[in-house]
Design a protein around this ligand. Structure first.
Ligand SMILES: Cc1cc2nc3c(=O)[nH]c(=O)nc-3n(C[C@H](O)[C@H](O)[C@H](O)COP(=O)(O)OP(=O)(O)OC[C@H]3O[C@@H](n4cnc5c(N)ncnc54)[C@H](O)[C@@H]3O)c2cc1C
Length: 290
């Protein structure tokens, strides 16, 4: 590995000062992607900027309205071990608890998973389904965007030079709602998704779907939202017929590649099946919470 300086600023302003010193900088949270990429010569820098010591970067905060605000460098295990997260955001737990194994989860962060911008990253479809937004900071201030606007292509995010992903914000779950994340991998653990689906559903008292979000991973150059799948659900009863229509819409929206993990037809089929199963999972969660 090439030599680099390690810098661990204690404030956001110090971080921006380091980023502005003209040297090539790579940010580091858990390091489970970036260290490997540097070792393999896929990324180069003069200095690594460790974000973990900046106040708030590893904190979980729950709003009075039931929303969740997560520091971008908070380790996945800290997130999914939180009883409040487990009770109120189980779809986030679905994703965070299957990323790598225990050792990876104790270091890897949600912000790193998003910024690495893998089309197969597990947190992305789950957070998109949950309607998450991300707060981005630079020396000029902060801006907030829907999480889906963070992805530009495989391994490319939309952060501008000098920007840091600060926080991930998830709105409070609506009454009578549920969400679920599901992926297919060829082995039981330590592999990345061949395809994945994250969904969220809200129902009225008669069981009709009032709101829906469907997101897919590993079937396009970025994780994608599928508005056509949501449209196939809203206004319909939460049953097998509606779920099948959403699954068909998900398959139609997929534009996968063929690689060593799976083929095009297989990934399209998986987009359909995983979406139906995720919808069933979300519906079960609504029923269990009544
Ligand atoms: C054995 C193994 C198994 C894995 N399995 C899975 C899996 O099942 N599913 C999956 O989705 N991933 C998997 N991964 C990938 C990886 O663990 C995740 O992407 C992880 O969440 C990245 O988080 P990190 O904190 O380690 O990021 P880092 O490696 O620290 O950073 C990743 C990238 O994001 C940038 N970055 C980090 N934080 C910020 C920030 N706050 N602002 C701006 N830029 C930032 C870094 O500069 C770097 O480019 C696996 C990795 C390994 C090594």
């Amino acid at each position: 590995m090439e030599a680099f300086d390690y810098v661990a600023p204690r404030t956001l302003d110090d971080a921006f000062a380091v980023m502005g010193n003209g040297r090539r900088t790579l940010m580091l949270a858990g390091g489970t992607d970036v260290i490997i990429q540097m070792r393999e010569g896929r990324k180069h820098c003069d200095q690594v900027l460790d974000l973990k010591h900046i106040p708030g970067m590893q904190s979980l905060e729950f709003g009075p309205d039931g929303s969740l605000d997560i520091g971008a460098a908070a380790p996945l295990a800290v997130i999914y071990e939180s009883p409040e997260v487990r009770a109120n955001f189980p779809a986030l737990v679905d994703a965070a608890s299957i990323i790598g194994g225990t050792a990876i989860q104790s270091r890897a962060s949600l912000g790193g998973n998003l910024c690495n911008a893998s089309p197969a990253a597990d947190s992305s479809p789950a957070l998109m389904a949950l309607g998450a937004r991300v707060v981005i900071a630079s020396s000029n201030g902060t801006r907030e965007i829907p999480v889906e606007e963070l992805f530009a292509g495989p391994g490319r995010n939309t952060l501008q030079p000098g920007e840091i992903l600060l926080r991930v914000r998830i709105p409070a779950p609506a009454p009578n709602s549920g969400a679920f994340y599901h992926r297919f991998i060829p082995r039981n653990e330590m592999d990345i998704a061949v395809a994945s689906s994250g969904v969220a559903l809200a129902l009225d008292d008669s069981g009709v779907i009032t709101a829906a979000r469907v997101a897919l991973g590993a079937v396009a150059a970025t994780p994608i939202l599928v508005p056509a799948a949501a449209s196939a659900l809203v206004g319909k009863p939460a049953n097998a017929e509606s779920f099948a229509a959403a699954g068909e819409a998900a398959a139609a929206a997929a534009s996968p590649i063929e690689d060593m993990r799976g083929g095009i037809a297989q990934r399209r089929h998986l987009a359909k099946i995983l979406t139906v199963r995720a919808l069933e999972g979300a519906l079960n969660r609504i029923r269990e919470s009544r």
